[in-house]
Design a protein around this ligand. Structure first.
Ligand SMILES: *Cc1c(COP(=O)(O)O)cnc(C)c1O
Length: 428
């Protein structure tokens, strides 16, 4: 496989864009080499500017559950484009998309649309603080909630540490209200509550995908619910990734635990920039202009993006009864196959899946939290990633990312990928 054009394109990009990319995860820093520059994509496949074709398990980092260039979404977008790109005034399509989301969740009476997952989460946290009149937030090591200051806190190893900024440019004062706990470890959460003078909210990826794929245990989520109720804090499920992915109702379709607030992104926009946060009416009533907590956006609820989201969700819901079980079967087929390929070559591999999300760690032991994820063999992952890429399989370029199945994939495609994995595992 040749990457000549991509290498040249990356050099050109690096002269005018920091690191050559507009989001760091795209840069292949964890696996080496230059990222393929993409020319076009359709269904399960992407083609780069050297003409290499890949089956894509990244799917734009989650949004494209119906695959690339889905015709229904495409049509909706083109129709909307012809009526103007943005008005800065209300449209009926926003109400339609909001109503379809509220109709799916008994925990959500109202939603507010924004333009990214980052915005959804930072706004949800402001609202939680406004509603509870408390300041502290509890987040988990290894969970990602976007790049806003207060949430960009490094995973420390202590169970109860006040967070340190994980990026220069984030003043310590900004993160002093962010408490860090360990995923799937209720004692560490309890300790945070005890150390705090007032916790506004606990925010969690109920099915984590940003330290690799690491699901919660049901007891963990239920324990969070109990602790939040005991201390009068709100429980926020950050379902920017798992929403409409793990199941039609995200984690709420998988676990019995109910959150107070939910954040969405990725799938909700069908490939366009959309985020949203929702909660029961009493909480959402605090939000401007109904209430005093300010939140705004020039392009929020953008008509093109709303039409893409509505077409995408409409498609998903229309296919719901068959779609999620089928995606789950493919995820299972893939992870079972990868595990068998590893085992045949004496390589320890931990795999998991939930709905259309999956993941694998080159790790001797099961992974339940960030510390355990960090014990994975990243060198081996990098070699595996490179071998698969050269055979036309596009996995996320980091050991600490999840993978995604999309609707146009089928069993034959998965079996081809597994056959490639057998070859590559032999070389590790
Ligand atoms: C991707 C992601 C975000 C951030 O969303 P952006 O649209 O990239 O700003 C927040 N939370 C979770 C769980 C995510 O996976």
């Amino acid at each position: 496989m040749q990457f000549t054009n991509s290498i040249r394109a990356f050099e050109a990009a690096s002269r005018v864009i920091p690191g050559g990319v507009d989001s760091p995860v795209r840069a292949f820093g964890g696996v080496g080499g230059t990222p393929p520059f993409i020319k076009e994509a359709k269904g399960a496949f992407m083609t780069d500017i050297d003409g290499n074709r890949y089956i894509d398990f990244v799917q734009s980092w989650g949004p494209l559950i119906l695959g690339h260039a889905n015709e229904v979404i495409e049509e909706a977008v083109i129709k909307a484009v012809k009526k103007g790109l943005s008005y800065g005034a209300p449209t009926e399509v926003e109400t339609e998309l909001a109503a379809s989301i509220c109709g799916l969740f008994d925990t959500i009476d109202k939603v507010r649309f924004v333009s990214s997952g980052t915005e959804a989460v930072m706004s949800a946290i402001r609202l939680a603080r406004g509603f509870t009149c408390k300041h502290d937030i509890i987040k988990f090591e290894g969970c990602y909630h976007g790049h806003s200051d207060a949430l960009l806190v490094k995973a420390g190893s202590g169970a109860v540490t006040f967070g340190n900024p994980s990026s220069p440019g984030v003043p310590e004062g900004t993160t002093k209200h962010t408490l860090l706990a360990r995923y799937n470890d209720l004692e560490s959460v309890r300790a945070c509550f005890e150390a705090s003078e007032g916790v506004a909210c606990v925010i969690v990826e109920p099915i984590a995908g940003n330290m690799g794929f690491v699901p919660s245990s049901p007891e963990f989520l239920e324990g969070l619910r109990t602790l939040c109720d005991t201390y009068g804090a709100l429980l926020i499920f950050d379902e920017v990734m798992s929403g409409f992915r793990a199941s039609l109702r995200g984690a709420q379709g998988v676990f019995a635990t109910r959150p107070d607030m939910v954040t969405f992104g990725k799938v909700i926009g069908g490939g366009m920039p959309v985020g949203a946060f929702g909660a029961r009416a009493e909480i959402m009533a605090m939000l401007s202009p109904e209430g005093p907590v300010y939140q705004a956006g020039t392009l929020s609820g953008n008509p093109i993006a709303m039409n893409a989201g509505l077409a995408s969700l409409g498609e998903i819901i229309r296919k719901e009864a068959s779609l999620y079980p089928r995606l789950k079967e493919l995820a299972q087929r893939l992870t079972v196959g990868l595990e068998a390929a590893a085992r045949a070559n004496g390589i320890p591999l931990q795999t998991g899946f939930c709905g259309s999300m999956f993941g694998f760690f080159f790790n001797e032991n099961p992974v339940r939290n960030f510390d355990e994820a960090l014990r994975s063999d990243t060198k081996r992952f990098a070699a595996f990633h490179r071998g698969m890429l050269e055979r036309g399989v596009y996995f996320a370029c980091s050991q600490f990312e999840a993978g995604f199945i999309c609707e146009p994939m089928d069993e034959a495609m998965i079996d081809t990928v597994i056959a490639h994995a057998h070859e590559v595992m032999k070389t590790l």
